[in-house]
Design a protein around this ligand. Structure first.
Ligand code: 4NP
Length: 150
């Protein structure tokens, strides 16, 4: 099993979408995809209704996911940790215990734009177009990731 974790701040907008999109592109007998937030605001809650809606529009159901907070144990449980933006990157890296932990953390858009360090923007305070934009960015990144893995 290869285990991949998607991380954002709240675990209700970007990372649940990334989880649903990547899971839809990988065989579930070989890959585990999960998501978490660096913050603790939304533990146990379902994704933002705008993320649920844009996923549904593209045939992906994320309505049953539940928010959880990233923890140090995730470095042991996952092979790769994709973060959405630089702030997530710094927050996750600050918890790394060693170089092995740090080496697992990657900005997800660097799979599409190598070394550019582009952020997936936080759509929480914006409108629905922001969620469509985030979906398209994540779909491109997840297509790239899945093509490389499978
Ligand atoms: P996410 O978006 O990190 O993509 O899940 C956010 C959702 C909620 C909050 C921040 C970001 N919040 O502060 O409640």
């Amino acid at each position: 099993m290869t285990k991949i974790l998607m991380v954002c701040l709240g675990n209700i907008c970007r990372s649940p979408l990334a989880e649903g999109i990547l899971r839809s592109k990988l065989p579930d007998d070989k890959y585990i995809v999960d998501s978490a937030g660096t913050g603790n605001y939304h533990i146990g809650t379902t994704p933002d209704k705008r993320s649920i809606a844009v996923a549904k529009k593209y045939g992906i159901d994320i309505s049953n996911l539940k928010g959880r907070q990233f923890s140090v144990k995730d470095f042991d449980d996952f092979d790769v940790i994709y973060v959405m933006d630089e702030s997530n990157y710094n927050n996750v890296l600050s918890l790394a215990r060693n170089e092995h932990d740090s080496s697992k953390v990657k900005l997800i858009l660097n799979d599409v734009y190598p070394n550019k360090n582009f952020d997936v923007p936080d759509p929480y305070y914006g409108g629905e177009q922001g969620f469509e934009n985030v979906y398209n960015m994540l779909n491109e990144a997840c297509t790239r990731i899945a093509d490389r893995l499978v």
